[in-house]
Design a protein around this ligand. Structure first.
Ligand SMILES: Nc1ncnc2c1ncn2[C@@H]1O[C@H](COP(=O)(O)OP(=O)(O)O)[C@@H](O)[C@H]1O
Ligand SMILES: [Mg+2]
Length: 359
């Protein structure tokens, strides 16, 4: 007996994507459906490789198809194709070779922006995403230090070639300015440098390009917002009131600049004593989550204070490389998965162009 394609698709409609709240058939996730008698094979193409429920979806899909009369075996492959959350508009042209630009910012310096940017980027890359990072912190370009890189920029004759480390494509303001050289940026210069990073770098096939922004509510964010479509900004805060107050201003700024805030990460959230495992809320408790609720922005997670995070920043081996299975490593991974989910959700809420066929 030959199983019908329609019965398989009908059965698969019970499987829902938990973030998009729609079934995987109407979302167009089912690819390469092949049926040979009672043997069914297909691929589920997700919108991000960083999907925490990948295995669950596969199992649900297999179980659903096994229920169909006449089916003797089900072979499910998993794949992912990241979608663009925002496209070019008016003056903002998409970055060649990049699907989604994600900014990481904060009101304050020292809250762990760069640490979060670097570890999120590595977490996304470890999930199978193609990831780049631009260190746009003109005052403290720390990405090369945290990734343990010393790089001179090279070109392929036409474009600047991004440096590579830990599976990331990397460009830093630090590559332009050198280690200790002071540089006084004027607005147009800054705008020009950022433009160059977007237009004249040979980014290849990136799902996510993370931008580590300087602290404050400033020029770089403005320039960014005028230059490229940004999928969203992640705001990093620590739990103390002074940091939260600055973060609120940062969120208001992103909204004004038409950069959607896609999540809040509370860093240095709590400290776990290495001896007695007591958890201490050194900087306070719950502020980041409350802010997320107040603004209606997803809370992406809390990262504890953990000495190896600081050590890794100094030695150039980020925690996602040295201890991905630690509590902090898992927290970074969960935050990365939630970030990827937000980008997927945004990609489905894009206004779609209705094509009318005139006969
Ligand atoms: N969760 C954490 N636990 C321990 N140290 C941290 C943590 N987050 C950041 N740090 C350390 O705090 C310092 C400031 O972090 P950094 O990422 O440079 O902040 P920013 O980019 O916001 O200025 C660095 O030395 C970093 O290693
Ligand atoms: Mg920094």
């Amino acid at each position: 007996m030959q199983v019908e394609q329609a019965s398989v698709l009908e059965a698969l409609k019970v499987v829902q994507d938990p973030d998009l709240h729609r079934d995987i058939v109407s979302l167009g996730f089912i690819k390469d459906l092949a049926i040979d008698g009672g043997r069914v094979a297909f691929t589920i193409e997700l919108t991000t490789p960083a999907c925490p429920v990948k295995d669950l979806l596969r199992d649900q899909a297999r179980a659903a198809v096994m229920q169909v009369a006449g089916v003797s075996s089900v072979d499910v492959q998993m794949s992912a194709r990241v979608r663009e959350a925002v496209g070019s508009d008016g003056g903002r042209q998409a970055v060649p070779g990049v699907k989604n630009v994600i900014a990481v910012g904060a009101g304050k310096g020292g809250v762990g922006k760069t640490t979060v940017a670097v570890n999120l980027a590595i977490a996304l890359a470890k999930s199978g995403g193609r990831v780049g990072i631009i260190d746009a912190d003109i005052y403290g370009p720390n990405v090369p230090i945290m990734l343990g890189m010393k790089t001179q920029l090279t070109t392929d004759g036409q474009k600047i070639v991004p440096a590579e480390k830990f599976g990331l494509q990397v460009i830093s303001m630090g590559f332009l300015t050198g280690d200790d050289a002071p540089i006084i940026w004027r607005g147009p210069m800054l705008h020009g440098a950022l433009q160059q990073f977007f237009r004249e770098v040979a980014w290849t096939n990136l799902d996510y390009l993370i931008i580590d922004l300087p602290p404050g509510t400033g020029d770089v964010a403005l320039s960014l917002s005028q230059t490229v479509p940004v999928a969203g900004a992640i705001v990093v805060t620590t739990p103390q009131q002074v940091s939260l107050a600055d973060s609120r201003r940062a969120i208001a700024m992103y909204k004004k600049l038409n950069i959607p805030p896609i999540g809040i990460i509370e860093n240095m959230s709590y400290f776990v004593c290495g001896n007695c495992h007591h958890e201490a809320d050194i900087f306070g408790h719950g502020g980041g989550e409350q802010m997320a609720i107040d603004f209606g922005i997803p809370f992406l997670g809390r990262i504890p204070i953990y000495q190896p995070i600081r050590e890794g920043s100094d030695t150039g081996v980020p925690l996602m490389i040295s201890e991905p299975d630690s509590v902090s490593g898992k927290a970074f991974m969960a935050a990365a998965e939630r970030t990827a989910a937000q980008v997927s959700i945004a990609s489905y809420s894009r206004p779609t162009i209705q094509l009318t066929v005139v006969k």
